[in-house]
Design a protein. Structure first.
Length: 115
């Protein structure tokens, strides 16, 4: 089974205007000791064959954020066409984030998730 190119995914995200303008760039602590990084990639699930990516957002930079996110998704879909992404608004105790779910080519994902 071929694995995802995590390095390419992170570089594509970090080099995007979306990340440069809108992402929260610092590591922060959740709870008492859990480090949360600006980009978190959860490893491939052996069951669903998917990876999940979370990108922490800077609340101050919102202008044109959705358009830049769409361009990032287009760049990522060039290599991984089966993916979906969405904005997750939180209550203010943690930064809002975008979540991206990537499926391997040839794998049919589960039905769309509730947002």
């Amino acid at each position: 089974m071929k694995t995802y190119d995590h390095k390419w995914i992170v570089e594509t995200i970090r080099n995007s205007d979306f990340y440069k303008v809108h992402a929260y760039k610092d590591i922060w602590i959740s709870g008492s000791s859990t480090e949360v990084r600006p980009i978190t990639i959860y490893g491939e699930s052996p069951v669903s064959r998917e990876i999940d990516i979370l990108i922490q957002m800077d609340r101050r930079a919102t202008k044109n954020r959705y358009g830049r996110f769409r361009r990032l998704m287009s760049a990522l879909r060039a290599r991984y066409p089966k993916m979906d992404g969405w904005f997750v608004k939180l209550d203010g105790s943690c930064p809002d984030h975008y979540e991206i779910c990537v499926w391997k080519k040839g794998y049919e994902p589960k039905k769309k998730r509730a947002r």
